[in-house]
Design a protein around this ligand. Structure first.
Ligand SMILES: NC(=O)c1ccc[n+]([C@@H]2O[C@H](COP(=O)([O-])OP(=O)(O)OC[C@H]3O[C@@H](n4cnc5c(N)ncnc54)[C@H](O)[C@@H]3O)[C@@H](O)[C@H]2O)c1
Length: 341
């Protein structure tokens, strides 16, 4: 049963790492209709200071304390991916609205369980695929939907990180397809408004030996076939020396549209300046997605990105991993009907 909302909505935040801080800052300063009142992170030594700086009333040692609070409307989950399932299920039982970082979970049975649970309880859950809310990608989406380039034929996405994650992040991330490409799978579905049918992935280790230590990859190229025969190529890299690199091109029967890097997004690695990363590139997108979540809650509507979007992107990520392991194209139907995932 979902709760009756207060106004402004009262949020709890779980996790004070890279994404937790982004969401905390937005809820403290830039979001209308909601604010954060409690923040939990078991390992952040200066959580009290961070919370004070953002006007967040209290901190908690454990996520359960937050989920069990009686004064909340919603929680933001920005903890490592392998913690999401337990927290989401507990929050759903409490009737809290849930904003969860991507990917909601790494396994399909758990995602389906979450889907059934939140639907049964009428709990509103949003998965944080923020690229959909980036003004440039949202414009591309609108232009494609309006038929500006006719029928799409091909899509190309380049997505390269500008800083390596800490090694401790890798074993909990689900691997590069689940951690990075999952965004691109979601964005390609969003832009083309069609489903992924098959993927054929290649992967290498060219950047850092730590990826091999965890059975992961750092450089990948995925060939994608979408419904209706549209083809795509998604290229990911864990480290671009020149900065965070995020570009998209869609080619169609009547033209071609691109989204390039914003001018500030690329810097020379040699200057010693801070190299922009996702927090800078998607600052506006993170704000807009959180506002969209809050607006949906206040309107009593479903949030714009739900469990099904996570399931579709995770299916494609699982297919890509299997494709690399077995050296062959893998159909999404094969993943969906398998009992292995
Ligand atoms: N949308 C995006 O662009 C984007 C970018 C990066 C990460 N992410 C996702 O965000 C999530 C967090 O990633 P991150 O990069 O912020 O990780 P991070 O390691 O920087 O931060 C995670 C924080 O969660 C804390 N934590 C761990 N277990 C906890 C628990 N049980 N309760 C409360 N806090 C807990 C850790 O102490 C840490 O401070 C992951 O699911 C990741 O996939 C999304």
């Amino acid at each position: 049963m979902s709760r009756r909302a207060t106004h402004p909505l009262r949020f709890g935040i779980l996790g004070a790492g890279r994404m937790g801080r982004v969401h905390a800052e937005h809820l403290a300063r830039h979001i209308e209709g909601a604010h954060a009142v409690v923040w939990a992170d078991p390992t952040e030594p200066d959580l009290a200071g961070l919370a004070r700086g953002l006007g967040i009333e209290r901190i908690a040692d454990h996520w359960r304390e937050v989920v069990d609070s009686d004064d909340l409307d919603a929680i933001v989950i920005a903890t490592p991916t392998d913690t999401h399932y337990d927290i989401v299920m507990a929050a759903s039982r409490r009737g809290l609205a849930i904003f969860c970082e991507k990917p909601l979970d790494l396994r399909l049975p758990r995602l389906r369980e979450i889907q059934a649970d939140v639907e049964r309880r009428h709990v509103k859950l949003m998965v944080a695929f923020q690229r959909r809310f980036d003004p440039a990608f949202a414009t591309l989406h609108r232009d494609l939907a309006a038929g500006r380039i006719g029928r799409p034929h091909t899509l190309r996405i380049v997505s390269r990180d500008s800083r390596l994650p800490p090694e401790s992040f890798i074993p909990r991330s689900g691997g590069i397809f689940m951690d990075m490409t999952v965004h691109d799978f979601d964005m390609s579905r969003f832009l083309l408004n069609r489903e992924i049918e098959e993927v054929y992935a290649r992967a290498s280790r060219l950047v850092d030996p730590m990826f091999e230590r965890h059975g992961d990859w750092d450089t990948t190229v995925v060939s994608v076939r979408f419904a209706g025969g549209v083809l795509g190529v998604i290229e990911n890299g864990r480290l671009a020396s020149y900065g965070y690199d995020q570009r998209v091109e869609v080619f169609g029967s009547g033209g071609m549209l691109t989204v390039e890097n914003p001018p500030h997004a690329l810097t020379s690695g040699a200057t010693g300046e801070a190299v922009p990363f996702f927090a800078e590139r998607y600052a506006e997108a993170y704000r807009i997605e959180m506002q969209a979540f809050v607006d949906a809650l206040l309107a009593g509507a479903l949030p714009p990105v739900g469990v099904v979007e996570s399931i579709r992107a995770v299916e494609a990520s699982l297919a890509a991993a299997r494709s690399v392991a077995e050296g062959r194209p893998v159909a999404i139907d094969e993943i969906r009907s398998s009992t292995q995932f």
